[in-house]
Design a protein around this ligand. Structure first.
Ligand code: GLC
Length: 546
């Protein structure tokens, strides 16, 4: 029977947790599920009410859980299945919701399906994967060929990501049923939905002809991204599973997805994550470039947000985010690190009042910034960094500069709780080094200071909740779209209007605001005729219609 969809997520404020790096309750150096339970008070105090937990499944940790060894057990480093049930219950008791990351494009090569597939070409599991006699010139996302030779079978298997993460063959109906069963299992356990990992890649160009983009190995995403069969699979997934639960489904569709595709995707799932707004400073793939060449183009950034709002508003829901566990820290990306405090508040305020379901990434509410390790090895817990270094194309200084700017490790360095050793994340030895700035940047200090970034986020979240209709359903208008420093937008709904003015530069900027607006929040002193470095002001007014 179909279940009524209540769209509860339209009132939610999301928070993403990378569980290995959040809080270590048993001091083995890795965060865990009990650690999340211990910190639920901190999260509910902040005001977030929807948690997205990155993969929790048993995994050899080549890609920290995105390589699933067993869909039905919690990785023992994180705890056990009982801890997951406790986490779900505890989250619900706090009046929050929880969604899991469901990884369905690939598994780990340690998964029993893959092991069976390698034993016997005639086993049913062989067709759960994609095998070919010959490789072609397609490159995957982790700087290597999508094909790896299996000496057991004398065939090559396909992997969009690391060679230890073989892709599943979604054209096989039996495999699809296996995945639907996994989803049902977790929905029955009580989770409120899923972030669906890497779903853009479920279907490949099955001609497997060489890409014409180059004679050499080349990343040609058209060969395995957003192909039309993906929509058939998602339609079936919806009919078999999602329609029967009041659940939230958010698909990760990556940077290649257009707004038209988003409308197609949202016939079957609630919303999609694309990354258009995450790299508008040229940092993506910027290896070899100097830091001076990396500059945020605010005019483009604003236009990208507008493009997505224009396409989705009133037509489909969408998530809002500055970053996730695959991106650099947003204060380092779009803020000014010398103005970390102001930047972090400004970025939080700009995000929280736009259209969509906001997701704060762990530590964003503390203004956590990129790590600046001195050794390349300190970035090696990320398989994509290891592969880049392995390729041997770049010298050490070039690699280090790039990794400090772009590495996924910046989002994954341990959450900074206090000034104790390892930032209070663990009494053991953390699996990733803590950011050196933890004595200054940590939750304890943030909680104790009235004007902290955390308290600013908290207040913005309260204001967002009080004005949710206006924010969610109101129109979005960019003011002075060509201004290179100011991000100014208006939201209007019924007889209310919200005005957000944010300075993305260190310069002092004059602003003019009509006297009928009242100030809701700002990250600077009372003078609102000027915006200081990375300043932000949010105003509201009632519109008197005659
Ligand atoms: C997604 C995840 C990323 C992971 C990849 C492979 O892009 O966000 O962390 O490495 O999929 O699963």
């Amino acid at each position: 029977m179909k279940k009524m969809k209540t769209k509860w997520f339209r009132e939610a404020i999301g928070y993403e947790i990378y569980p290995y790096s959040f809080f270590d309750s048993n001091n083995d150096g890795f965060g865990d599920l009990k650690g999340i339970i211990e910190k639920l008070g901190y999260l509910s105090e902040l005001g977030v009410n929807l948690l997205w937990i990155c993969p929790i499944y048993k995994s050899p940790l080549d890609d920290y859980g995105y390589d699933v060894e067993d869909y039905y057990s919690v990785n023992e480093i994180l705890g056990d299945n009982n801890d997951l049930v406790n986490l779900i219950d505890s989250v619900h008791q706090k009046g929050m919701k929880i969604i899991l990351d469901l990884v369905i494009n690939h598994v780990s090569c340690e998964h029993k399906w893959f092991k069976e597939a390698l034993k016997d070409k005639n086993s049913k599991y062989h067709d759960y994967f994609i095998f070919r006699d010959k490789p072609n010139n397609w490159m995957g996302f982790f700087s290597e060929s999508v094909w790896t030779y299996s000496k057991e079978l004398g065939e090559y298997y396909f992997h969009t990501f690391s060679e230890r993460m073989p892709d599943l063959n979604w054209s096989n109906p039996q495999l699809r049923q296996e995945i639907y069963d996994v989803a049902k299992y977790y929905l029955e356990l009580g989770v409120d939905g899923f972030r669906l990992d890497a779903i853009a890649h479920l279907a490949k160009d099955t001609s497997f002809l060489d890409s014409k983009l180059s004679k050499d190995l080349v990343l040609d995403t058209t060969k395995f991204s957003n192909r039309k069969e993906v929509f058939d699979y998602l339609k079936e997934f919806k009919e078999e599973v999602f329609d029967h639960y009041d659940c939230l489904t958010i698909g990760e569709v990556g940077g290649e997805a257009s707004t038209e595709m988003a409308l197609e995707y949202t016939k079957y799932i609630d919303m999609v994550f694309n990354f258009d707004t995450c790299w508008e400073n040229g940092a993506y793939g910027s290896i070899g470039k100097s830091d001076e060449e990396i500059k945020t183009n605010l005019v483009n950034l604003k236009a990208l947000f507008k493009k997505w709002f224009d396409a989705c508003h009133h037509k489909c829901d969408m998530p809002l985010y500055w970053l996730n566990h695959d991106h650099p820290r947003v204060v380092s990306q779009y803020g000014g690190i010398e103005y970390r405090e102001e930047s972090a508040k400004m970025l939080g305020a700009v995000l929280l009042f736009m259209y969509g379901l906001p997701f704060i990434y762990q530590g964003e509410e503390l203004g956590m910034s990129n790590v600046t390790y001195d050794r390349i090895e300190d970035f090696f817990e990320d398989v994509s960094a290891r592969n880049l270094v392995k390729n041997g194309e770049y010298d050490e200084q070039t690699l280090l500069r790039f990794l400090r700017r772009c590495s996924r490790i910046s989002a994954r360095s341990p959450m900074q709780w206090n000034t104790k050793s390892h930032a209070g994340f663990s009494k053991g030895h953390p699996y990733i080094k803590v950011n050196d700035n933890y004595l200054m940047v940590n939750a304890e200090a943030n909680l104790s200071e009235r004007d902290s970034i955390y308290n600013f986020y908290k207040r913005c979240i309260e204001i967002r909740k009080e004005n949710n209709e206006l924010v969610y359903y109101g129109s979005f208008e960019l003011i002075d779209p060509n201004d290179e420093d100011l991000f100014t937008y208006k939201k209007q709904y019924k007889d209310e209007e919200l005005l957000v003015i944010a300075n993305f530069s260190p310069k002092l900027k004059e602003i003019k605001v009509d006297s009928d607006y009242s100030l809701l929040i700002s990250n600077q002193e009372e003078d609102i005729t000027k915006l200081g470095s990375f300043g932000v002001c949010i105003f509201k007014k009632h519109i008197h219609k005659c």
